[in-house]
Design a protein around this ligand. Structure first.
Ligand SMILES: *Cc1c(COP(=O)(O)O)cnc(C)c1O
Length: 416
């Protein structure tokens, strides 16, 4: 039997993953996503009510009554599914409406929808760039940006993370300058550190060296910048970024769906040639219609992003004052640095027992010796939720003796 050999091989692989402590167990949530969730973990354990600090539900819209109402209405009015790709018989008026709304909100010419941002990135680069072109990419870009670039035959240059000097050195090189087209691709905000790409410096350099700029703004669309347009607004470079890809699976309702917003001809050619667009089903009408409601809401009021910003500042301030080592920044992703993998896992477990759901991250998801607990704030959180989280962090931090301790002191005690 052909499977026998593969089976044995896979069993060994799985065992290795387990032994390396990297086996991912899924946790069952009973009920909708929200600030408070009912979780069964590990499988078979009694369910527990916990406050959720690890979702990308930045604006608290994932199960917001307005989102749910819009989805119910859409289901009745536009049906459940299209059973077609967009260009055959899968385009409804709401698909086009949503594309226009996204483009207007982000202040770009046009937009094209995908089933996910993973697909948007997967279907972008190979359409635009061939052997004679150069793609520069930040070393910590998202897996889907990396995969999308891999599908293109263009020459690839990895730029040190958020390093403008390295970007300039690569842009100025003969090889890159002699390419037909150049593009620099970067995440707008990076998921592990919550650091924001220096887009003003990036745009300055790219303009100087005749290079396009692409930003994956999945962790920013809807709340970064004064009106929540994203990192291009936050960094003051509206109109200077050529291509923005993003997701509807995070702040914008959290179901699924992605898009590429870009200059007109770029969107036009993607509609003709982008493989995940041409060969995959159109976005469910429920998602398209709810997303329209959500983008309208964001265009109408900044209330939710303002609340998220206030929550983020409050948490960052109080945790810093409590003596935690926090990566400075403004993003609702707040890394609590612990450096040691076991410490991060142990503390996350104790926080869970205290009713605070957070996740410890360690190598290879983050760099060696950079283990941390990643906290994600949401507009769904009320101050009492955040206070409860801070109190739990203090209790557990005290137990482990890390409050007020420097990186060196934590490493001296727990190792890297
Ligand atoms: C989450 C994420 C994606 C994937 O988005 P989906 O719509 O879930 O496929 C892509 N890029 C970045 C930077 C992300 O954070």
């Amino acid at each position: 039997m052909a499977y026998g050999k593969l089976k044995e091989f896979l069993q060994t692989e799985l065992k290795d993953v387990r032994e390396a402590g990297l086996y991912k167990e899924e946790r069952f949530i009973y009920g909708p996503q929200g600030a408070g969730i009912n979780v069964e973990f590990p499988a078979g354990a009694p369910k527990q009510e916990v406050l959720n600090f690890c979702a990308n539900n930045y604006l608290g819209l994932s199960s917001h009554p307005e989102t749910i109402k819009a989805a119910h209405t859409a289901l009745d009015e536009w049906g459940y599914g299209l059973s077609s790709v967009r260009f055959i018989c899968g385009t409804q008026d709401i698909h086009r409406q949503l594309e226009r709304k996204i483009a207007d909100f982000l202040e770009l010419d046009d937009a094209i929808l995908y089933s996910s941002c993973f697909d948007a990135n997967g279907g972008l680069f190979e359409v635009l760039f061939k052997q004679e072109d150069a793609i520069l990419t930040d070393a910590l870009n998202h897996a889907s940006v990396i995969d999308g670039i891999r599908l293109s035959k263009a020459k690839r240059y990895i730029v040190k993370h958020m390093d403008l000097a390295d970007l300039e050195a690569k842009l100025a090189s003969d090889e890159v300058q002699n390419a037909r087209f150049r593009i620099f691709a970067t995440d707008g905000a990076f998921s592990m550190d919550g650091d924001v790409a220096p887009l003003e410096g990036i745009c300055d350099l790219c303009e100087k060296y005749d290079c396009l700029v692409m930003v994956d703004d999945s962790h920013s669309t809807g709340f970064m910048g004064k009106h929540g347009k994203g990192t291009h607004e936050h960094c003051g470079v509206l109109g200077r970024v050529d291509i923005i890809t993003s997701t509807m699976g995070k702040a914008l309702g959290g179901a699924s769906g992605g898009f590429t917003a870009a200059r007109k001809e770029i969107v036009d050619i993607l509609r003709q040639r982008s493989r995940p667009y041409l060969f995959s089903n159109s976005l469910p009408p429920v998602i398209a219609a709810s997303a329209i409601t959500i983008v309208d809401l964001l265009a109408r009021t900044t209330e939710r992003r303002d609340k998220l910003e206030a929550n983020t500042m409050y948490f960052r301030e109080k945790m810093t004052a409590a003596g935690f080592d926090i990566r400075p920044g403004v993003h609702p992703i707040v890394p609590i640095m612990l450096y040691n993998a076991k410490l991060a896992q142990d503390m996350a477990k104790e926080l869970y027992a205290e009713g605070i759901y957070v996740i410890g991250f360690f190598y290879p998801v983050v760099g060696k010796g950079l283990a941390r607990i990643r906290v994600q704030l949401s507009a769904a959180h009320e101050l009492e939720h955040i206070d409860k989280a801070i109190a739990a962090f203090k209790k557990v931090g005290e137990k482990y003796g890390i409050l007020g301790k420097s990186k060196e002191e934590i490493i001296a005690r727990y190792g890297e």
